[in-house]
Ligand binder design. Structure first.
Ligand SMILES: [Mg+2]
Length: 391
């Protein structure tokens, strides 16, 4: 599995691929597995598996896995998955695709992670030439006995369970036996890879639920078709399949499954990566602006106390007669404002320095005059007021 260094300041983009007919032109079982079971025509295998599923009201994936187990047991076949993986054919450009996209990510300061979500067999995908590019490969697989014979399905991935893996990637719960954290509520902002940073690439109906989840959560879905199939009619049929998906709003884009440099899908994926990066920058800038907004609201709260202070000044300045209790109360109010607070109040006030000082002076002088009048009668003195008044 790919172990890449992650730059924590960069957004992560998760590109999730279906495998059969998305990265490879045929079902992976057809290259070596089905022939190894002594079946010369893969069509026969799929027909038998399809019939078994229908007759028993069975999940199609479980049906094909059971057929493999049954056939392998009767023929005593040793599953050479490494050879089976190596013989899997890939669409044009797939082998160089991952490095190209990763480099593009680096140039744009984006971490790219690739994931497989396939109903095919993990054992085969693990042995393909591209396996090391994936952070995780989610696919159906078997458990084995002591003689390394497959005996039972370990994981079964079908069209609806595909969505489970999207949530695992989104929430970073990659351990498949962990059913708790994948279902636990986690705010979208706390999830490792937000859905808007997902790109899902698939080819068929079995990808519809996954494509829909990704699209619904503001991610991006791309449908691909085999451009090299024999016969124009077959290609047209393939195009129709994906173009129907776009009409039904299940995917955003469709492209031929050609991953070569300069291909249609490369262009689309690169643009999406750039858009995700731009969105990421937007969210950072938005956060910064929100912070300034919050700070300003805090300042406004302080300015409110400044308003209270000026109201106090106005009250003193306009009072005709002021008695001892009132003066005492005003002194108490005034002492709440220390020198450094005056500075702070000024900084956060709407007034320019001249107006501000005028207010302070006028307040000080008026209060001082009233106090002196009072002292003439009572012989008391208040130092605080003198200090404030002389500034
Ligand atoms: Mg497929």
């Amino acid at each position: 599995m790919a172990r890449k260094k992650i730059n924590n300041d960069w957004p992560i983009v998760a590109i999730c691929y279906d495998f059969d007919k998305t990265l490879s032109p045929r079902d992976m079982q057809e290259y070596a597995l089905i022939p190894s079971l002594g079946i010369d025509d893969p069509k026969k295998f799929w027909e038998e598996s399809g019939k078994y599923a229908k007759d028993n009201g069975m999940d199609k994936m479980l049906s094909y896995m059971k057929l493999i187990l049954d056939k392998a047991a009767t023929k005593d076949v040793y599953m050479e998955f490494n050879k089976m993986g190596q013989s899997v054919e890939l669409f044009d450009g797939v082998e160089t695709w991952f490095d190209r996209i990763n480099n593009f990510g680096k140039e744009n300061e984006v971490n790219i992670e690739h994931y497989i979500i396939s109903a095919g067999l993990k054992e085969i995908i693990d042995e393909t030439r591209i396996a090391h590019h994936f952070k995780a490969i989610y696919a159906s697989s078997f458990v084995y006995d002591a003689y390394e014979k497959p005996i039972w399905p370990r994981q079964v991935v079908n069209y609806t369970t595909k969505t489970q893996y999207l949530f695992r990637i989104n929430k970073n719960c990659l351990d498949l036996s962990d059913e708790v954290s994948v279902n636990k509520y986690l705010e979208e902002s706390k999830r490792r890879i937000p859905f808007r940073n997902f790109i899902y690439i698939g080819d068929s109906d079995t990808d519809i639920p996954a494509m829909r989840v990704v699209r619904r959560e503001h991610g991006h879905s791309i449908g691909v078709y085999n451009p090299k199939e024999k016969g124009v009619e077959k290609i047209e049929e393939n195009i129709k399949k994906v173009s129907d998906l776009i009409k039904q709003g299940r995917i955003d884009f469709f492209a031929p499954a050609n991953y070569s440099e300069g291909s249609c899908i490369e262009n689309i994926v690169k643009l999406i990566i750039r858009q995700i990066k731009a969105n990421h920058n937007y969210f950072i800038l938005n956060d910064q602006l929100q912070n300034i907004n919050l700070q300003q609201k805090e300042i406004l709260k302080e300015t409110k106390s400044f308003t209270g202070f000026t109201e106090l000044i106005d009250a003193i300045a306009t009072a005709e007669n002021i008695n001892y209790e009132e003066i005492n109360a005003l002194i108490e109010e005034l002492t709440k404002y220390r020198k450094d607070e005056f500075n702070k109040l000024y900084k956060n006030s709407y007034y320019d320095i001249k107006t501000f000082l005028k207010i302070i002076n006028s307040y000080g002088k008026k209060l001082q005059r009233k106090l002196l009048d009072y002292e003439k009668i009572n012989g008391t003195k208040n130092n605080i007021i003198e200090e404030e008044a002389s500034e």
